[in-house]
Design a protein around this ligand. Structure first.
Ligand code: IMP
Ligand code: MG
Length: 174
């Protein structure tokens, strides 16, 4: 099936919003250090752009979980594919995600990370699809709330494609 991408959020809109979130985090964590945890692979573009706009000291780590196959529907299974390199005990952690959809991945992940005793932990997501929520997750920083449509770009993929698009688009099938 052929598909095309309709622009939903432009590069400029994303940049302005990420700047705002960066400033907010810098204010909220004044006098502290933040430890950003990127959920690979989707969160990586957002985390890099966000990290550049935070003015308090930042350290980074990465983890990968899988909850989706190659299509557009959740399998509901969460697996740790790559764990963090460093302990988070005593750190001010911000988990950086591309999108919160059903909330299954995040609720599992946050529970697991809380057990490692961070000093604090917040969740920051570029996109939120509230209509799709199955499990309640508290999101502390949200870029954009979007309708229930499958989106790609800025880290988000469809069958591993389109992550490199500098904007967010909706996948439409011809
Ligand atoms: P959740 O566990 O259902 O909240 O989904 C989490 C993961 O599903 C996200 O981190 C994405 O990797 C993926 N996902 C959810 N919605 C979309 C979408 O619209 N486009 C691409 N990936 C998505
Ligand atoms: Mg993700």
């Amino acid at each position: 099936m052929a598909e095309h991408i309709k622009v939903l959020l432009t590069e400029e809109e994303l940049s302005v919003k990420i700047q705002t979130i960066g400033e907010q985090i810098s204010r909220d964590y004044a006098g502290k250090e933040v430890h950003l945890i990127c959920v690979l692979k989707g969160g990586v573009f957002f985390m890099c752009e966000l990290a550049k706009r935070i003015t308090v000291p930042v350290s980074l780590d990465f983890m990968a979980v899988s909850s989706y196959g190659s299509g557009t529907k959740s399998g509901g299974v969460v697996k740790i594919v790559k764990d963090l390199d460093e302990p988070i005990k005593g750190k001010h952690v911000i988990v950086v995600e591309d999108i919160v959809d059903s909330g299954r991945t995040l609720s599992y992940l946050l529970e697991m990370l809380w057990a490692r005793n961070p000093e604090s932990m917040r969740l920051c997501t570029l996109l939120d699809k509230p209509d799709r929520r199955v499990v309640d997750v508290k999101v502390d920083y949200t870029g954009f709330k979007i309708p229930d449509e499958f989106v790609v770009g800025y880290g988000l993929d469809y069958g591993q494609k389109y992550r490199n698009l500098p904007y967010i688009g909706v996948v439409e099938f011809d």
